[in-house]
Design a protein around this ligand. Structure first.
Ligand SMILES: [Zn+2]
Ligand SMILES: [Zn+2]
Length: 116
């Protein structure tokens, strides 16, 4: 069995036995990934919110099925459901179930487009 052949780093082209980057650039890339996660955290989209949102969607599905209540449109069938805050976090809304609304992705983006 042949040993794994070195590959050129995606950034500088130096040969490396890493998956896609030399040690230096692998490290830089990792730090960049950490920063991206950090900014998502600052925007309020924490792991906790994702869990809460997923749970809200799951509960909605159990109770009403793949059904969007509609935002300024009649309720309609949709399997692409997302959870969103009724009162935005920026306006003091919480992650409580009472402040969470389940809408399909297109209603949700329409709502966001009109509320800004
Ligand atoms: Zn490199
Ligand atoms: Zn909808």
């Amino acid at each position: 069995m042949a040993a794994r052949r070195p590959r050129p780093c995606l950034v500088c082209g130096a040969l490396t036995r890493n998956a896609s980057r030399c040690d230096t650039h692998q490290q830089q890339w990792q730090q960049q990934q950490d920063r991206t996660r950090g900014s998502a955290h600052q925007r309020g989209y924490t792991q906790q919110w994702r869990t809460t949102a997923a749970r809200a969607v799951a509960r909605h599905r159990t109770e009403r099925g793949d059904w969007c209540p509609g935002w300024r449109v009649p309720a309609h069938a949709s399997s692409d459901l997302t959870a969103d805050h009724i009162v935005p976090k920026a306006a003091g809304g919480t992650d409580d179930p009472e402040n969470i609304q389940v809408l399909c992705r297109s209603c949700n983006s329409r709502k966001h487009a009109q509320s800004t």
